[in-house]
Design a protein around this ligand. Structure first.
Ligand code: FES
Ligand code: FES
Length: 154
């Protein structure tokens, strides 16, 4: 079985096929931008993109994403040290405090903007309602996604 993660193919031995994707990303690939908060599908901190949809990697086994394209927060971050426009907007809008929820928030926002380049604030709220933040109060996060939408349209 093969997995494509951030554009790189990984051969998965049979013994690992029931391993959770979140744990595999962090423990085997050292892609620690994917956070594990609740580990039961509630908090959204483990969100990744699977074929451009935002899904919770703690609820997926490796065999669930076989032959699919998985993108983590590391996969959308430019290699030249700059930030993706969504990440930059989070910085600009003060939408990050401890940062634990941020990778999941950014990837949920990415999936929304991929489908809906002109979202309303309500659409942003709906897209992020499964991503919990214990720090920021959400307002700045919504501001950040609206700003990112504008930048990405330009
Ligand atoms: S760690 Fe996956 S939803 Fe909380
Ligand atoms: S910034 Fe701390 S949980 Fe969101």
């Amino acid at each position: 079985m093969k997995l494509n993660i951030n554009g790189t193919e990984h051969e998965i031995p049979e013994v690992l096929q029931d391993k959770k994707l979140a744990a595999y990303l962090r423990e085997d690939l050292m892609l620690t931008g994917t956070k594990i908060g609740c580990d039961i599908g509630v908090c959204g901190s483990c969100t990744v993109l699977v074929n451009n949809k935002a899904l919770r990697s703690c609820k997926l086994k490796l065999k669930d994403v076989a032959e699919k394209q998985v993108i983590t927060i590391e996969g959308i971050t430019p290699k030249d040290g700059t930030l993706h426009p969504i990440q930059q907007a989070f910085v600009d809008c003060g939408a990050i405090q401890c940062g634990f929820c941020t990778p999941g928030m950014v990837l949920s926002a990415w999936a929304l903007l991929h489908e809906t380049p002109h979202p309303s604030r309500q659409q942003v709220r709906n897209a992020l309602k499964g991503n919990l933040c214990r720090c920021t109060g959400y307002q700045q996060i919504i501001d950040a996604v609206m700003q990112a939408a504008e930048v990405m349209r330009d």
